[in-house]
Structure formats: structure tokens, C-alpha cells
Design a protein around this ligand. Structure first.
Ligand code: TMP
Length: 208
């Protein structure tokens, strides 16, 4: 059994990431396995402050590149303060969103392009990348229908269905670009079914 691992959970808004992350946390506790659960943007005091600036609905004038730099700044702090030391100590990390979110949201949906995002991610991550990315695959139309509409919540959630469609296309590109770490999970199923599938894929990867 492998000791440490860096696992990320990705997907569009409303696909059940928070539910699955909470179920996974309970699972690790139930088998007495140490795992550090983080979310992006966030996970440190500084990164949480940056998060509130990014998601503030009153920041209507924020440019795409400003947004991408803020996500990268929050990530750089999280990497240095938490992720790098935890990986060095051999811990399992489960992070709700990471670099693929920046690629899908800022690279594709905000149209900043792959090159800019790759450069930002490289600067922020200092060579750290996920071992496994669980992609909760559900098209935004279906996800918004399930949660009762698209135009609620934070600044990004309010961006409209065309924006979220481009986010989804961005994730499909990531899945194609990184087939060895991407694990696609059908997020239209019941939460319990999805959870079991996630546990099975983590077992298959030797993480649990
Ligand atoms: P959350 O709703 O999953 O907590 O994520 C916060 C929002 O930030 C969500 O709309 C996705 C967005 N996001 C980006 O646009 N780029 C990023 O790099 C990350 C990590 C999140």
C-alpha cells in the first residue's frame, strides 16, 4: 500500500463535489487512515482571504487575468504552507479543486488559453501535481437542473450556462490531456453509488 498520495476532486458546479468529499472524509475516518482534506481556493488563512475577494459578487469588474492570478496566489500559499510539507511527510491529501479548475474556468471559460494557465500553474505549484484526479462528470445543464437553477451563489456560480458549458468542455480537454491521472466518475448516479465507485478506484490505485 502506498503511503502518501495527492488526490484532487474536480467537476462543474452542482455535481456533488462537497457531498462526495464529506463522504470520503467519513470513509478515511472509519478506516482510521490519516488524510488531509483541503479546498481551493482556500486552506490557509491567506488563501481563504483571497477566496473571499475572488468570489465576492460585488467584484463585477474583475478581469480574467486578475482572477487567474488570484487563484494562483491562493494556490501558491497553500502549496508552500500546507501541501508540500504534508506530501513530504507522506500524508494523503484530498483537495476539492486544483489546477484543472484553473484550466477549465480561466483557461477555457474565461478564454485565457492553455499557455497562460500552464505558466501560472507551473509558477504556483513548484513541481507538485496530483497523483489521481477524480472527475465528477455531469453536464452543467443536468447539474443546474438538479440544484434548481444556475443563477445563485457566488460570482462564478452566477456566470451563466454558456460559461459553465465552456468549463465542462475544459474538463473534457483535461481528461484527454492527462489520461493516466484522470478518473471519470458518472456523477448522475446516487451519492452512495458514486461514493462506492470512488472507493473502488482508490483501492485499485493502492491508496486505501
Ligand atoms: P467551490 O464552489 O467548489 O468552492 O469553488 C469556488 C469557485 O471557484 C467555483 O466556482 C470554481 C471556481 N474556481 C475557478 O474558477 N478556478 C480555480 O482555479 C478554482 C480552484 C476554483
Amino acid at each position: 500500500m502506498k503511503k502518501g498520495a495527492f488526490i484532487t476532486i474536480e467537476g462543474c458546479e452542482g455535481v456533488g463535489k462537497s457531498t462526495q468529499t464529506a463522504m470520503l472524509k467519513n470513509y478515511f475516518e472509519s478506516i482510521n487512515r490519516d488524510a488531509l482534506f483541503l479546498r481551493e481556493p482556500g486552506g490557509t488563512d491567506i488563501s481563504e482571504k483571497i477566496r473571499s475577494v475572488i468570489l465576492d459578487t460585488s467584484n463585477v469588474g474583475m478581469s480574467g487575468i486578475c482572477e487567474a492570478l488570484l487563484y494562483s496566489a491562493a494556490r501558491a500559499q497553500l502549496i508552500e504552507e500546507v501541501i508540500a510539507p504534508a506530501l513530504a511527510a507522506g500524508r494523503i491529501i484530498v483537495c476539492d479543486r486544483f489546477t484543472d479548475s484553473t484550466f477549465a474556468y480561466q483557461g477555457c471559460a474565461r478564454n485565457l488559453g492553455e499557455d497562460v494557465i500552464t505558466r501560472l500553474n507551473d509558477i504556483a505549484c513548484c513541481g507538485i501535481s496530483p497523483d489521481i484526479t477524480i472527475f465528477l462528470d455531469l453536464e452543467p445543464e443536468a447539474a443546474f437542473k438538479r440544484k434548481g437553477g444556475a443563477d445563485t451563489g457566488d460570482r462564478l456560480e452566477c456566470a451563466g450556462i454558456e460559461f459553465h458549458r465552456r468549463v465542462y468542455e475544459g474538463y473534457l480537454k483535461c481528461a484527454k490531456a492527462y489520461p493516466s491521472r484522470f478518473r471519470r466518475v458518472d456523477a448522475s448516479s446516487d451519492a452512495e453509488v458514486i461514493h462506492r465507485e470512488i472507493i473502488e478506484l482508490l483501492k485499485a490505485a493502492g491508496v486505501v
